[in-house]
Design a protein around this ligand. Structure first.
Ligand code: MN
Length: 239
């Protein structure tokens, strides 16, 4: 049996084929998994647990069906869906994980992160992150009517689409020193994260010897799933 890790699906009404690919994954190979971990940026935008939009509704039903079939589903917030709260998690059948989180994977402590916390070079983003993770900012945002929040998200998306001229968001890479620091701090030999859209397996020199950093792929053009089983780790493409 495999434990499956995914991140950066960036589900969006503009890419219905990716939502369909995710739904067929949930109804198919995910049913045979030991557990499924969603490590953030599942959604391109998330405006609050009360979101009654098509994608939020479809995804909650599909992951809930997986969890009700007996496969635990874990979710960690990303920089796009940081507003996911306990009410939506309940609706979707998820157990929420903090970022970072240490889990036991095949008996080995493994550090899970979305990955944005590792990108320390991007000072503007880190300042933005601090602002939007502030409980007072979040409470003020969430107190606005759903329609106002929806308009705000659409505007932010239009601004970012214009800036990228329709191209995939360009994200800086992780800071190698920060990777070593957190892995040493948590005493792990393995780190799994997403966010940078640079799927790969890297060797990292740690205080305790060599470790491994596995980066999950995004779902802009196809699916990407990390399989962890007794055979080891494999990054597979879907679709
Ligand atoms: Mn991200």
């Amino acid at each position: 049996m495999s434990t499956l890790f995914l991140s950066d699906l960036h589900l969006d009404p503009a890419r219905p084929e990716i939502t369909a690919l995710f739904e067929s994954f949930l109804a198919g190979e995910a049913r045979k998994a030991e557990a499924v971990y969603l490590l953030g940026d599942l959604f391109e935008a998330f405006i609050g647990d009360d979101d009654d939009g098509e994608i939020a509704t479809q995804v909650a039903a599909a992951t809930r069906a997986l969890s009700e079939s007996g496969v635990p589903v874990y979710f960690m917030r990303g920089n796009r869906d940081f507003l996911v709260g306990p009410a939506y998690a309940e609706r979707a059948g998820w157990t929420l994980l903090p970022d970072p989180a240490v889990v036991l994977l095949r008996g080995e402590p493994t550090l899970l992160m979305h990955g944005d916390l590792l990108c320390l070079e991007d000072k503007a983003y880190q300042a933005f992150r601090k602002q939007v993770r502030d409980p007072a900012w979040q409470a003020a945002f969430l107190s606005q009517p759903l329609e106002a929040r929806r308009a705000f998200a659409a505007q932010a998306r239009a601004a970012s689409a214009a800036a990228q001229s329709g191209r995939e968001e360009s994200i800086g890479d992780v800071s190698p020193k920060e990777v070593e620091r957190v892995m040493n701090l948590y005493g792990v030999r393995r780190l799994i994260h997403g966010h940078t859209h640079r799927p790969a397996m890297h060797t990292v020199a740690l205080n305790s010897g060599y470790g491994q950093r596995i980066v999950l792929g995004d779902w802009y053009e196809q699916g990407s799933v990390l399989h962890a089983s007794s055979d080891g780790f494999a990054l597979n493409r879907l679709g």
